[in-house]
Design a protein around this ligand. Sequence first.
Ligand code: HEC
Ligand code: HEC
Length: 441
Amino acid sequence: MNATNVKLMFAVASAAFAFACGERTRQSNEKQDTTGAAAFAVSSQPLGPIPADDSLARPKSLHQVGVPIALTRSVVPKDNPQTPEKIALGEKLFFDGRLSANGTVACASCHQPRLAFTDGRQVAVGIDNRVGQRNSPTVLNALYNQMQFWDGRAATLEQQAGLPIVNPVEMGQPNLDSAVARVAAIPEYRATFIRVFARQPNPTDLVRAIASYERSQVSFDSPFDRYMAGDSSAISASAKRGWVLFRTRGRCNLCHAFADTTTRPARFTDDTFHNIGVLIVRHNVVPLARQAEQAIAKGDTIAIDQAAILTPMSALGRFLITRADSDIASFKTPDLRNVMVTAPYFHDGSAATLWDVMDHYNKGAGLRDPYLSTEIQPLALHERDIDDFVALMASLTSPSYRELGAKELARQRQLSRTSRPQRDSARAFGPKPVQPKPPSR
Ligand code: HEC
Ligand code: HEC
């Protein structure tokens, strides 16, 4: 990250704010805050205190079954090598509210170790309880992502870390320099920066330290990993059936594919973007796309970040970055490790349980959307199949979250027995509808 990148002035795309003030339809518990210059949606479920930097947050050992050792080493950038002291500095910063404009929000507020570095909310809530548009993904194993964010707008963890600090609904700083100034005012931090980087605190080193910490969050050792390593009793018969279905009738591996074609997947993503029809019906994406082209200069990282987090243009996904119509409403395929403990699901948190996710795929959601991935189709899965998929996904939980995983599985199963908002059996077992052609430009 260079100096121009980090000189993040409060250069807010005015269009982004116009959107933020206007057509917000998200959570019903929102009210409008009209006291500020710009109005932000405010959550009625306030952000809690910053979570403790506890044992779940410690850098992880590489001695876990399933860790891709070579890959883990290769994702460390040459200009930001891992050192224990740098990782410890990054860990402190990750939990430090002083990076935010009013001291109340840390990275860990939305990426809570006890919730596998997520926040359990449909969409994130930041400074002054302002509500964003997107669900907080886990930071576990984010080191392997070829691009960061649901739409891949940050190329590296270093680039990613600067954006929430200056986003007006996340940590609310006017620019990175003001976050650095807060840190530099603390003698202990100043001394640590000088020891680690041999210079005074500055934006580049701030995000480097945070990224180094995130690269220590390697999370494997799941029952599935032990199964893959040869322990045939590590997962249930149901999860084993789920693993077969995942690669056959479920077609999941078409996108949640593996880094290689061996039978030992380290990651469950192809590191690319697809439109899988998540709540696409809610948005009239084509006019929205034309508006975004007017409102946001191509490549303006800050304006894109704000559009993604603050405005309904969020639904455009990868399109905001590439401006290719084929990327409209495309989002990054997320890795599925620890997915049992990172509910709710999808970029907008619109699926409450893994059963809802399965119902979404089963009915081939979004088939009236001209930009839907051609891989999406009705799957004709029976209830028992769906339970098997969920059992497979539950087997991807790392040991630190074993208890939470068991509780979450029971909670979601219970909920799924009474609430299935995404289920549509007629469509799941029906023919694939004809997909409309994209409108001509
Ligand atoms: C207010 C809540 C909030 C705060 C504070 C926050 N994040 Fe996030 N984080 C999110 C949300 C929401 C996303 C997804 C946004 C998107 O994709 O557009 C995200 C995405 C990420 C990702 C990308 C993961 C992936 O799979 O693509 C990483 C890494 C990350 N955050 C780290 C951090 C760090 C480091 C900080 C502190 C400097 C931080 N976050 C502060 C909510 C938050
Ligand atoms: C065409 C590519 C594709 C296929 C096929 C596919 N997925 Fe996905 N999956 C994605 C993308 C892209 C997302 C994120 C979409 C979004 O949030 O808008 C996703 C999201 C998910 C999530 C939510 C994860 C989270 O952290 O929120 C789960 C769980 C999931 N998929 C499981 C599956 C399973 C199980 C199958 C097979 C039945 C499957 N997927 C098939 C691309 C795909």
